[in-house]
Design a protein around this ligand. Sequence first.
Ligand SMILES: Nc1nc2c(c(=O)[nH]1)N[C@H]1C(S)=C(S)[C@@H](COP(=O)(O)OP(=O)(O)OC[C@H]3O[C@@H](n4cnc5c(=O)[nH]c(N)nc54)[C@H](O)[C@@H]3O)O[C@H]1N2
Ligand SMILES: Nc1nc2c(c(=O)[nH]1)N[C@H]1C(S)=C(S)[C@@H](COP(=O)(O)OP(=O)(O)OC[C@H]3O[C@@H](n4cnc5c(=O)[nH]c(N)nc54)[C@H](O)[C@@H]3O)O[C@H]1N2
Ligand code: SF4
Ligand SMILES: [Mo]
Length: 876
Amino acid sequence: MDGSAMPVVRSTCPYCGVGCGVLLRADGAGGLDVRGDPDHPANRGRLCSKGAALGETVGLENRLLTPRVDGQDMGWDRALQHVADRFSQTIAQHGPDSVAFYVSGQMLTEDYYVANKLMKGFIGSANIDTNSRLCMASSVAGHKRAFGSDTVPGTYEDIDEADLVVLVGSNLAWCHPVLYQRLLGARAARGTKIVVIDPRRTASCDGADMHLALEPGSDVALFNRLYSEIYDGGACDADFLRHTSGYDETLHTARIESGAATGLSEAEIIAFCRLWMQHEKVVTIYSQGVNQSTSGSDKVNAILNCHLATGRIGKPGCGPFSVTGQPNAMGGREVGGLANMLACHLELENADHSAAVRDFWGVPSLPNKPGLKAVDMFQAVGDGRIKALWIIHTNPAVSMPEADAVRDAISECPFVVVSDITDQTDTARLADVLLPATAWAEKDGTVTNSDRTISRQRSVLPAPGQTRPDWLILTEVGRRMGFETGFQFDRVAEIFREYAALSGIAGRFERDFDISGLAKITDQQYDDFSPQRWPVTAAREGGRFFADGQFFHSDGKARLLPVSWRPPAARTTRRYPFRLNTGRVRDQWHTMTRTGQSPRLSAHLAEPFLEIHPEDATASGIHPSDLVEVSSPTGVSILRARITDAVQKGQVFAPMHWTAETAPSARIDALIAAACDPVSGQPESKAGVVDLRRFDAGWYGFAIAQKPMHLTADYWALARTSHGFRAELAGRLQPDDWEAEARRLFDAPTAVLTTIIDARRGSARIAAHADGLLLGALFVSPTPVAIMRDYLVTLPGTRAAGALTGRPAADAPNPGPTLCSCFGVGVNTILEAIETRGLMSVESIGEALGAGTNCGSCRPEIAELLNNLLTREAAE
Ligand SMILES: Nc1nc2c(c(=O)[nH]1)N[C@H]1C(S)=C(S)[C@@H](COP(=O)(O)OP(=O)(O)OC[C@H]3O[C@@H](n4cnc5c(=O)[nH]c(N)nc54)[C@H](O)[C@@H]3O)O[C@H]1N2
Ligand SMILES: Nc1nc2c(c(=O)[nH]1)N[C@H]1C(S)=C(S)[C@@H](COP(=O)(O)OP(=O)(O)OC[C@H]3O[C@@H](n4cnc5c(=O)[nH]c(N)nc54)[C@H](O)[C@@H]3O)O[C@H]1N2
Ligand code: SF4
Ligand SMILES: [Mo]
């Protein structure tokens, strides 16, 4: 069928917690046309670069299409029976706590519900934890301590209505781009002030009125100081304080701190506190700079204290706002995916809650103690306490701290099942059993976004090969383990109804999460479901929490919590003098199994890097484009130097995305210690300690090819392009024979080689052709290869006779590195337009070139380009 005849299906983007609605239409040839849904309340038609490129990620090239046991393809029946038998045998021999599930905030609510029910309800252990432990656990803990439940009080509309938005440890411009665009829209309309609190200058700072580059981990000191200033400035809300307890103790503790630990000047701190107090409508958005810390829960409570003391919570335009990372991080919290929770925000250790869930599920008992949290779980895998492990929808061999130890633990575990959409992940390669899951565009279910809005994901493409949805795989294993009664689900809507009914029990215990109004939803209504914010009960739908001063602690009050600043667990020393910060880039999603398939998204930053301050680079003898060897007490990495004053002296930043599949020496979690917040169990992914050394490369290389390359160099990084692949390489010692190397690299034993080799200088250029078309080309030099990469990547598969010159013909344009991924506009094109056409604003560049006018994700970078050019001109 031709694409225009296919129906348009409403669904939700599978990436970040903004939860944008998308309109999908299959093109009839396996591809997908993706547009923003103008009717979805989260995005009103907008998409960011990742959402807009979803169509490039649905190909079947790397998909896992059949179950596989011990490397052999196998039918579902035998594979499922094998999984069920091995889990049952392990439980029979070693007890229920010898098995574990490690799941993900990217699973759909229905998948999550079934996994949780199987482990906590039927296997009888609480050893199910989720990658949300690495992500939201500190926010959950902070919410529970302050409010008595894990409740996000506000809504996205608060961002539209605020006068001041404070971003704490959040690079919203890159990580929640559509929300950031919404914030910029509000600023344009009503002059919203923006403050960014982040040790690093990020793309989110470009539109900000103030950037506080505080010392890593010192947020508690800053917000304690704000708390004292609120008191001194008479900004407390005396009426609201009657709904809280702990005011005096909190003030006493806050008073001890001057804010000195933040490293900010007194003038900066005072300016921030004044701004905060002057604006009644303030939203404090926070994310991983807050959560991923050994004082993450305390950071959360320090922020909540300030909002509670001023009564700025649950009212239009104000409130603390923990933005969720993954598309269903919120749903996973609701459904009890964490090892210390039951479903529907019920407490595992509360006897009444536990009894009610037990009866609802019709099981004899539930585990009475929390299960192992992620870091402890993998330690238990490592020391042999966990003997059977099922990993679903996450890639812990890359994303867990001490990733080398985690990888080794998984590979030593007697029985490991991995459910994924591809077998080409660091974790999948370690599995005994691989189970092929249907991917986002092929499956049905619900997700909950950052502002409690539940949306449908709907299948638009057929399930390829033998793939099955995660809920069905879990259900089938549950049945085969002998738990037929609990797992009589034949379609997702049945699971949703059961879950909604269970939430009614939570409602009876006066918990916040109650969607019992949806318990009788018909299959048709489920199919037609429009986005809806919880709670959904007979009495109430959506809205904000806490403006009425009613909280979920037994006395109905909120707790102000005295918290004290603590430095990060790992201290810098002479051996490890640098602080390692880690996080995300604009166009990649986590371990790149999906975004890495998109040439457009891979063009933005094609290589793993380390941001270093210019003075540190000079002192360490590191030059632009050098490779840097980064060592920590737990591992070593090699990354490309990016010398920039966006990071402060003594601090370095590296992205988390690269893996053994894409750049084996850049698995950044190998360098991060497994130090955790004592309350939440969330690891401190943002504050490692490292030493730096220039990597002493004997040669550097750049290669392009039509097919994936056989890469074995000491350093390599592979990325997809519109014409195939590109790779950066480097090695300590030059190989003897570059021609043989090129043949091996391109898997082209009989290709025609054109070569320019200068053995004395150590440089080589080799092009491999077959049937007159370019298979690949390799450029080697004793120094980092300076060459027009963005031109070369367009050559594989063409005749490319002059490829070895490395540059286009004199009259052909060289666009430079891609900045706008939607329209493929390069830096050089933009610079040239600024210089020759006098374009002086982001808007005029957009009008002339299209850049920045679709998703807007690159607008902060265009602004920075303009800004750099203008400051340079001003200085000249
Ligand atoms: N492009 C893209 N978007 C994503 C994702 C992705 O992989 N790619 N992942 C999604 C997920 S799961 C998540 S959790 C979110 C994460 O979204 P964010 O939390 O916004 O992203 P990060 O880059 O991890 O970290 C945010 C910032 O915390 C800062 N930081 C480090 N230490 C401190 C500190 O001590 N204090 C303060 N105040 N700040 C500090 C870092 O410099 C960094 O800029 O993004 C979601 N969106
Ligand atoms: N150093 C450092 N480490 C970090 C962080 C950091 O900031 N710094 N951030 C942490 C955070 S916040 C997060 S959320 C984690 C994320 O880390 P991970 O969850 O490990 O990363 P993903 O790449 O999202 O892994 C998802 C996996 O699910 C697979 N998949 C995709 N679709 C499906 C499906 O429908 N079904 C199944 N079964 N599988 C599917 C993908 O192919 C992929 O292998 O990383 C954490 N680790
Ligand atoms: S902001 Fe981007 S990644 Fe996040 S849900 Fe929207 S389109 Fe997807
Ligand atoms: Mo996350």
